[in-house]
Design a protein around this ligand. Sequence first.
Ligand code: PAF
Length: 286
Amino acid sequence: VKVEKDCRSVLRLSERYRAASLSVGLVPTMGALHAGHLSLIACARGECDRVVVSIFVNPTQFSPGEDLASYPRPLEADLEACRRSGVDLVFCGAAADLYPEGFQTWVNLEDLTKPLCGEHRPGHFRGVATVVTQLLSVVKPQRAYFGKKDYQQCLVVERLVRDLHIDTEVRLVETVREPDGLAMSSRNAFLGAKERQAAARLYRALMAARDAIEGGEDSVEKLVACMRRELVPGDDLHLDYAEARDAETLAAFADGRLPRRGNHVLLAVAARLGGVRLIDNIVVKV
Ligand code: PAF
C-alpha cells in the first residue's frame, strides 16, 4: 500500500487516477481502524477502481477538554489493516499541511449542526465539515464512504457536498455492531470492563424506543422516557441526550407527536461512560 503524507502528492496522484479514468473511493478516518471502517473499505473496494483511506486525527473537531491527546493512533496496525483490505493509497495528513500558518477558511452549516452532538460539542461539526471539504478537494473521489453510527455527521457531509457542488457521491454504510449491540467505535477500546458492559445499554435504549413505536407509541416525550429508562445515570453512565427527531432535518416534532406519514424518525443517544463518550442511533419508518 502506498502511503502519502502531503496534500500536493495526493493531488497529483488523484489527477493521475482521473486521467486514467479510474474511479476513486475515499474512506475518511481518524485511524484506530475497526470492523466498522473495514466495512466502509469493503464497500469502496466493491464499487471503485482505487480505494484511498485517509487517516488524520483532526484537531479542529475536538473541543477543549476532549480526548484529542489520548485518541488512539496505532499507525502500523492501521497500515497493515489497509494492506490486507486491498487499499491502494493511505493519506496520512499532517496538521501543518491541512491547517497551514494563516489558515482561516471554515465550513459552517447552520441548522443541521445545532441540535444533538452540535449542542454538546461546540465547534465539532465546523471542524468535521472543514476537514471533509479539504479531503474531498485533495482526493477528488467519485464516492466517499461514511458510517451511519455518526448519523448527524452523515447529514452534514451530504448537505455540504450538495451546497458546495462537490462532485462526489456520498455513500452511507450501516453501523457494524458487537454481538451485544454496541456500535463499533475507536473509543470502545478505552472502556473498562464495567463500562463496556454498561455500553450495551445505548443500543438497548434504541431498541426499547423502536419497540414502543412499533407498538403504536406516538408521544416523543414517552419515547424519550423509554430510552432514558435504559440509560439511568449512575457512577458508570452520564447521559448527554436521548432524542427522537425528524431523520432528514433533525428538527424536533412540532406538537411532540410522530406524524406517521411514512416519514423517518431518528432515535439518537449519546452518553459518557467513565471518560468515554459514545453515540448511537437508529432510524425508524413511521
Ligand atoms: O468520522 C470520522 O472519523 C471523522 O469525523 C472524519 C469524517 C474522518 C473527519 O475527521
